[in-house]
Design a protein around this ligand. Structure first.
Ligand code: NAD
Length: 476
């Protein structure tokens, strides 16, 4: 007998969303001189707050504040002192974790279970981890006394707003750089709450500056003469534009871009475990994950059985209110992203693949897309080649291990991959041949601050996380 789930809503009362927000420059909230914009709750399309937009003069002010802070305070400060601030920020993130998780789910649409159990704990862990490096940089393998670069201009996307902020800010600060960060226009709220946390931690003014705005503000920031480094996470298209803008300047650049990861299931894999891994690989965070396992490659002899079990499991996924603790799949982040997912899924059908979704009732208002699997997908189909960035899985089959590797590597991207097999030797064999920055074995979407993350080919270059992540912010 099946029991119905009762609603289990997380309370919104823990967050205090102001009607409007300014920019965070030189330790204070100030007005922006661009056209303000609204951020909305994607689960019901209700406006949440009005957000300032930074124009060229605002970006100038933020960069100047970061430069002053770098030269006068943060650069000369001993690593052990910088570490204390990073530890303090990490502890405040833990103390305010419920508030951060609820706000992230409201602004982004992701399930509270994920923001509470994955995003926010990883954000705190990232600050703790890099706090530990701040006074040990001479032992990181980059020379006895590695120097910071100066001022970093950082631009991040909307899929993991706080986590991407932590991946950018924690290593930059640990190495003695100061930052100007631009969050994505659809998810600025947790970055602005992080600005309050910097105030609470009494971080010296100008060390962290947050400028909100759309792509135009990002362009002003990465093109600014006063920055020494650009760190960008986002789409490959914008990444290419930034690479062109930075070429020929003295600025250093790291790019974390898109992906189209293969998740390979061999015939000896434990199938139930693989099904859980496939669900986690593509439906975690509504599939808005650069390293999502969006191409399932399954060995022909087990394909029918695996797909039967996968569909049965997909029928149990609960789509709905991001703040309900039982929700597995929340809202799509924006109308624009929903249109993109719909267009690509429709192309899958018109190009001849077979589409399947479980029966599921989607809320009337807001942006929603049912979990979807395509079978009979050919390598030439758009859904096998292009990043969908939504809860849509494309399934292809293979007969031999060599064919699996060839199909997995047949993509312009190279961010991540997954391998499901009982044999350790096969894992190592596959990992050596897969052109991907991360290869997960019998698991997927596992993150740790000590583990470097980054891509090959059009997925970008440079690594974030771990000892490797320090290099991007050091003059080596
Ligand atoms: P996007 O490239 O449209 O936007 C990312 C950020 O760049 C936003 O803050 C945006 O305002 C800004 N921006 C837009 N145009 C700009 C320009 N010309 N100059 C400077 N900044 C500009 O990407 P998105 O839709 O927000 O995010 C989704 C993409 O991010 C996906 O392709 C995904 O794979 C990728 N992503 C990659 C990683 C990774 O680590 N590799 C992580 C998360 C997301």
């Amino acid at each position: 007998m099946d029991f119905e789930y009762a609603p289990a809503p997380e309370s919104r009362s823990v967050v205090d969303i102001r009607p409007s927000y300014g920019l965070f420059v030189d330790g204070e909230f100030t007005e922006g001189h661009g056209e303000p914009f609204k951020t909305i709750d994607p689960s019901n399309e209700e406006p949440l707050a009005e957000i300032a937009s930074a124009d060229a003069s605002d970006v100038d002010r933020a960069v100047a504040a970061a430069r002053r802070a770098h030269e006068k305070v943060w650069g000369p400060m001993p690593g052990r002192e910088r570490a204390k601030y990073l530890y303090r920020i990490a502890r405040i993130i833990q103390e305010r974790s419920r508030e951060l998780a609820v706000l992230e789910s409201i602004d982004n649409g992701k399930p509270i279970r994920e923001s509470r159990d994955v995003d926010v704990p990883l954000v705190a862990a990232h600050f703790f981890y890099y706090a530990g490096w701040a006074d040990k940089l001479g032992h990181a393998g980059f020379g006895a006394n590695p120097r910071p670069l100066g001022v970093a201009g950082q631009v991040i996307p909307w899929n993991f707003p706080l986590m991407m902020l932590a991946w950018k800010i924690a290593p930059a600060l640990a190495t003695g750089n100061t930052v100007v960060l631009k969050p994505a226009e659809t998810t600025p709220l947790t970055a602005l709450l992080f600005a309050e946390i910097c105030q609470q931690a009494e971080l010296p003014n100008g060390v962290v500056n947050i400028v909100t705005g759309a792509g135009g503000t990002g362009r002003l920031l990465v093109g600014h003469d006063g920055i020494d480094k650009v760190a960008f996470t986002g789409s490959t298209e914008v990444g290419k534009e930034i690479a062109r803008a930075v070429a020929g300047t003295r600025k250093r650049l790291t790019l974390e871009l898109g992906g189209k990861a293969a998740n390979i299931v061999f015939d000896d894999a434990p199938l139930d475990q693989a099904v859980e891994g496939i669900v986690n690989a593509i439906f975690f965070n509504q599939g808005h994950v650069c390293c999502a396992g969006s191409r399932l490659l399954v060995q022909e002899s087990v394909a029918d059985e695996l797909l039967d079990r996968l569909k049965r499991r997909m029928a149990t996924l609960r789509v709905g209110d991001p703040l309900d603790k039982n929700t597995d799949i929340g809202a799509i982040n924006s109308a624009e992203q929903l249109a993109k997912i719909r267009e690509l899924a429709d192309s899958g059908e018109s190009e001849g693949a077979e589409r399947w979704s479980p029966a599921c009732e989607l809320p009337q208002r807001g942006f929603w897309f049912a979990p979807t699997v395509f079978t009979g997908v050919a390598q030439s189909h758009r859904i096998a080649r292009e990043e969908i960035f939504g809860p849509v899985l494309s399934t292809l089959t293979f007969r031999t291990p060599d064919e699996a590797i060839e199909k997995a590597n047949n993509t312009p991207y190279g961010l991540s991959a997954g391998v499901w097999t009982e044999k350790g030797s096969r894992i190592l064999w596959a990992a050596e041949r897969l052109r991907a920055g991360v290869v997960w074995a019998n698991t997927f979407n596992k993150f740790d601050p000590a583990s470097p993350f980054g891509g090959y080919k059009e997925s970008g270059f440079g690594r974030e996380g771990g000892r490797h992540g320090l290099e991007a912010y050091l003059d080596v």
